[in-house]
Design a protein around this ligand. Structure first.
Ligand code: NDP
Length: 480
């Protein structure tokens, strides 16, 4: 049994309560670790440590801050096998995906922000012959970073890297459902020589340690990625304190396939967009809108490809899908499959749990599921399922497609498949989405703004937007 510890002021320590939460491997259903059930007193210690570390951290030359973050990235690479296995054990995702995507991206996040701060500049404005204005971007102090379970180390580092690079000290809370890689990361911080208190990692429940953290008066900003309901609660808690708030929330993303698209390529990518990570990526395309003239052809190809996906023990190289993250999430996804049928949907493939043998006989596995025949306004097409469930809907005109794509409370991402250049520009401009991919999906450039409209979030992460979020902007006007 692995006993995880909090990371406070450079040391690994048990929670003050002495209480732990079970951590379950979703592929086997077995408890394999104990996670600190931290509370207000742990938050207080971590915030004090961060506050005390801040003056020295902010005074450190940028190149030295950068070097420490680069050391951490190198250590992630050196420990990538261990981290990938921990991610898969915690989350249930295929080990091949942890190795290919999660862990390399965690290192890339640190490298990106470690080097970005070496190349920043701020604006100056000459005001006629009267004054020179220049802008300072100064770190905020102590900030909170809260991350979810679907891409644990990937999203954890996506938040802490810009916060630390910009000169802040951080108290971070990973999801208690998938805490292991953040725990190993705290060991890497010790090896990298990160000064004590600069980063503190608290484990535990969102409703307990998470809330205490975001409410703490010393915390100047909260960067949160998670569900829309949790985002609402956090916004209500921190708004009266006028903290800076970045919210990356849920999605119900559309994949739009027009008749000019390369059908083979768009079907292959629509499968990836719907089912990567068991459909548990906020950017997954779970509503696939297809022009009626190619609908039957696309449907046949798409369903054939989905049927070829292997739901397997995530440790096996051939696994395309592993387990969903938890028993409660497994029940939630299956309940949406039932709901879809009650709403008149026809299951084209999947639609059931998968019972594996041996090591994984108690795991939470669901067959990738494709459904057609649902209206746009039914709950299955409106609510975020966050699982391997995709719906197919035909459309006739471009306008109809855009309206359907926009007709949910969310607005995170969309992917558009067309070979008509003008159509691509027109549709992209009319979609209510923070991110639009044309003839691709999840092609990421870390310099680009990332985030959602409507109930998918507030603010943008990525590139300079993240560094700006973690700083306070000050204009200085000097009269001649
Ligand atoms: P949750 O909102 O349940 O949790 C996210 C994090 O917030 C967890 O660490 C959680 O802790 C913590 N938390 C929960 N309640 C509170 C609270 N009241 N105060 C402070 N912290 C709290 O999301 P999930 O972990 O279930 O992640 C899935 C969701 O994340 C999906 O909706 C998905 O779309 C979204 N997401 C959005 C992304 C984006 O970039 N827009 C990217 C990835 C995911 P605990 O685990 O203990 O509940």
């Amino acid at each position: 049994m692995l006993f995880l510890q909090n990371y406070i002021n450079g040391s690994l320590c048990p929670p003050i309560s002495g209480q732990y939460i079970d951590c379950i491997n979703p592929a086997t259903g077995e408890i394999f670790a104990q996670v600190p059930d931290s509370g207000a007193e742990d938050v207080q210690q971590a915030v004090i440590a961060a506050e005390q570390a801040f003056p020295a951290w902010v005074a450190l030359p940028t190149a030295e801050r950068s070097k420490l973050l680069l050391n951490l990235a190198d250590l992630i690479d050196q420990n990538s096998e261990k981290l990938a296995l921990a991610e898969t054990t915690d989350n249930g995702k295929p080990l091949s995906l942890s190795k290919r995507m999660d862990i390399p991206r965690a290192a890339a996040n640190l490298r990106f922000f470690a080097t970005a701060i070496l190349h920043t500049h701020t604006e100056t404005y000459l005001t006629d012959n009267q004054a020179l204005n220049y802008v300072l971007r100064q770190p905020l102090g102590v900030v909170a970073c809260i991350s979810p379970w679907n891409l644990p180390l990937y999203l954890f580092t996506w938040k802490i890297a810009p916060a630390l690079a910009a000169g802040n000290c951080v108290v971070a809370k990973p999801s208690e459902i998938t805490p292991c890689t953040a725990y190993y990361f705290s060991e890497l911080c010790q090896q990298a020589g990160l000064p004590a208190g600069v980063l503190n990692i608290l484990h535990g429940l969102g409703s307990r340690v998470g809330e205490e953290l975001v409410k703490h008066p010393t915390i100047k900003a909260v960067s949160f990625t998670g569900g829309t309901q949790t985002g609402k609660q956090i916004a209500a808690l921190v708004a009266p304190q006028f903290k800076k708030l970045s919210l990356e929330l849920g999605g119900k993303n559309a994949t739009l396939v027009f008749e000019s698209a390369d059908i083979e390529q768009s079907a292959t990518m629509a499968v990836k967009a719907a089912f990567t990570n068991q459909g548990q990526i906020c950017l997954c395309g779970s509503r696939i809108l297809v022009q009626r003239s190619i609908y039957e052809q696309f449907k046949k190809l798409f369903v054939e490809k989905v049927q070829q996906l292997k739901v397997q023990d995530p440790l096996l190289a051939e696994a395309d899908l592993g387990a969903v993250v938890s028993a409660s999430h497994y029940r939630k996804v299956l309940s949406y499959i039932d709901l879809a049928q009650q709403e008149g949907g026809k299951i084209l493939c999947g639609g059931r749990a998968v019972q594996l043998q041996g090591r994984c006989e108690k795991g939470y596995f669901i067959a990738p599921t494709v459904i057609e025949g649902l209206t746009q306004n039914c709950r299955t097409n409106q609510e975020e399922i966050f699982g391997a469930v995709a719906t197919l809907q035909p459309f006739d005109t471009e306008n109809e497609a855009v309206q359907a794509a926009n007709a949910t409370p969310y607005g995170l991402a969309a992917s558009v498949w067309t070979t008509h250049l003008t159509q691509a520009h027109r549709v992209a401009a009319h979609l209510d989405s923070g991110i639009v991919w044309v003839n691709c999906w999840l092609l990421r450039d870390l310099r680009t703004p990332f985030g959602g409209m409507k109930q998918s979030g507030v603010g943008r992460e990525g590139g300079m937007e993240a560094l700006e979020f973690f700083t306070e902007t000050k204009n200085i006007c000097i009269a001649y």
